[in-house]
Design a protein around this ligand. Structure first.
Ligand code: GDP
Ligand code: MN
Length: 361
């Protein structure tokens, strides 16, 4: 399983590898929530499972004034055909030198192998082809808890000691995470020390159980995402997106869609006590289902507050029409917020479903 850069960086940081301060954002509206944290220059990085993002236009420079526009630009493009769902906004490093380090298994020697290059960065492949000795490598016993110091020095040549330390930390990640590949390109020096500017980690699928990662191979990327938020989510192939709370209410919404001749695009139960952020993520998720033409939000406020629900829907700001039925705690306030923004609301579940079926034909 290949992790995205931001996921890999979280694991690297746990081993003490320094990574730039960053914010993960799903849509430009989410960036607004974090604007206070953005002070200086930043790099906006598409979180897609694609190599060579830099050359494919997936890494853009910005500052506080241009960050939203820049992120929006990434959200509206594809990187090597992959749509951008999330971006990582990182404080821009003042890079002095870019190194390359990569750890994998040398199958022939049945040992880990560490590759290192003084000239890392986006041109590493070409560099390696042109100059055979541009990349150095070392092998050693996989039973050792650390990379032996003398081998580190041989591998890293004149690179600063902190670079050697980082290589050893990356080896710890590689072992602990049962990785097939752990890579930092570029691993950089800055006036403020050494940083992993990029991160790549592929975990051996055979170890997913041990790593506590769900092994359901049939999950779509969207379903994996839903799992992270703790939503019960099943993607279907109809045109009406469904967001409900409680399995019963959500299932009943699906039944009613079927009854009126429509087809549901998903089942999504946000669970109890959902706040605006969860609702926003739910709306994003369902809006991302390719077949969706309209979204029905059918929520009953108990512990869940309808004004929070409304705020979440508004924060999501998706372009597909959202038809809302909310009832219960703070429903009045929720309706007021939504009507201010021009959302369509109907009083009963029957009405919202009929309306959605009508819209989708
Ligand atoms: P990749 O193309 O998918 O490997 O994406 P990277 O994360 O490696 O970024 C590509 C290139 O962007 C790097 O090699 C750097 O040269 C540049 N880059 C990334 N982050 C920063 C940064 O914080 N500051 C500067 N100056 N350049 C950066
Ligand atoms: Mn890179």
């Amino acid at each position: 399983m290949k992790l995205l850069e931001y996921e890999a960086k979280q694991l690297f940081a746990k081993e003490g590898i320094r990574v730039p301060k960053g914010i993960l954002a799903g849509k430009h509206e989410e960036i607004l929530l974090h604007m206070d944290e953005i002070t200086g220059n930043v790099v906006v990085k598409a979180q897609v499972d694609v190599g060579g993002r830099g050359k494919a236009g997936g890494i853009l420079m910005a500052d506080r004034d241009t960050v939203i526009e820049t992120a929006r630009q990434l959200f509206s493009t594809t990187i090597k055909g992959v749509p951008v769902q999330r971006v990582l906004i990182e404080e821009r490093l003042d890079i002095q030198h870019e190194y390359y380090v990569s750890i994998t298994i040398d199958r022939a020697k049945k040992q880990p192998v560490i590759l290192f290059a003084e000239a890392g960065g986006m041109d590493i492949e070409e560099t390696a082809q042109k100059k055979e000795d541009a990349i150095r490598s070392i092998n050693f016993s996989p039973l050792l808890p650390d990379v032996p110091g003398f081998l580190l020095r041989e591998l890293c040549g004149n690179a600063p000691a902190e670079i050697q330390k980082t290589v050893n930390q990356l080896y710890h990640v590689f072992c602990k995470k049962d990785a097939l590949l752990a890579e930092i390109n570029p691993l950089v020096t800055t006036p403020d020390g050494v940083y992993a500017a990029d991160a790549k980690l592929i975990i051996d699928d055979n170890s997913l159980v041990r790593q506590g990662i769900a092994v359901n191979r049939d999950l779509t990327e969207r379903e994996r995402e839903a799992e992270k938020f703790g939503f019960s989510f099943v993607q279907l192939d109809g045109t009406i997106g469904v967001i409900g709370n409680g399995a019963g209410l959500t299932m009943a919404t699906l039944d009613l869609i079927e009854y009126y001749g429509g087809k549901a695009a998903d089942f999504l139960d946000v669970g109890g006590g959902a706040d605006s952020e969860r609702v926003m993520h739910a709306v994003h998720l369902v809006a991302g289902v390719p077949s969706v033409k309209v979204i029905v939000v059918n929520l009953l406020g108990g512990i869940t507050r309808c004004d929070e629900v409304a705020r979440g829907i508004i924060a999501a700001g998706v372009s597909v029409p959202v038809i809302v039925r909310i009832a219960g705690t703070n429903a009045e306030e929720g309706r007021r917020l939504l009507s201010e923004k021009g959302y369509e609301m109907l009083d009963t579940m029957d009405h919202v479903v009929r309306k959605a079926v009508e819209v989708t034909g």
